[in-house]
Design a protein around this ligand. Sequence first.
Ligand code: HEC
Length: 244
Amino acid sequence: MKKLLIGLLTLVPSLAMAAGGAPVPYQANIDLTDTESLQRGAKVFMESCFGCHSAQYQRYNRVADDLNISYSDMLQNYMVNDAKIGELMVNSVDNEQAAKWFGAAPPDLTLVARVRGEDWVYSYLKTFYADETRPFGVNNTVFPSVGMPHVLQQYQGIATVDSVDEMGRVTLKTDENGNVITTGGSMNAQEYDQLVKDLTGFLVYSADPVKLERESLGKWVLGFLFIFFIISYLLKKEYWKDVH
Ligand code: HEC
């Protein structure tokens, strides 16, 4: 038993390390009750990510139901192919071809926020930087030598390296507020942070859709316990009245 415990305890940090790359620099602070943010995230996902990544354990109608999107809105403004509303969110990328283009096939993203962690996903989308030695001219501080191009560059612009430590970990140039300095890009730092937060929120929701339900159920359970407590208290007073 003791051995098993020690084994488990030593496994945890090594699992965390296995994610590789630099320590995760940013915190996402996702709020799953912010439905509008999740809706925006779903839209960006469909526009900017779905071309390469599926979310194969999600259905369009489930997302619509969970995020308060009407089916007609979903069909017209979110879905980019002629899939039916009840279908799984799968694109038509040929993984073998994609692996040739990018050096790795784009993985399914339904569970990525659970596998990598929400802060990792958030940081990953913020830390692409210019690197002429890479096939697409970009690299990433939390995912060194990544095969994915910086698909949100039109919004964020491109960052540059400030320093590299003895472990080869890259730090990007930031301004006095800690925002990454970028050139080009249509958004300022706050707008881009919000976009990435929306997107990460959608992926966090996708990785655990039941969490939304659990959280609202949790409120009912607490409410019930509260009422139950008051009733029990009144009952106790009633019973003990005669005993004294
Ligand atoms: C042009 C194709 C393409 C597009 C568009 C794209 N990606 Fe990727 N993405 C890739 C490839 C290829 C990889 C695998 C990289 C590797 O393993 O080196 C990847 C990897 C990732 C990973 C890391 C997954 C993991 O755990 O290893 C995340 C997270 C990710 N993409 C998120 C996104 C998001 C969010 C978007 C939309 C803003 C997006 N991607 C758009 C091609 C793409």
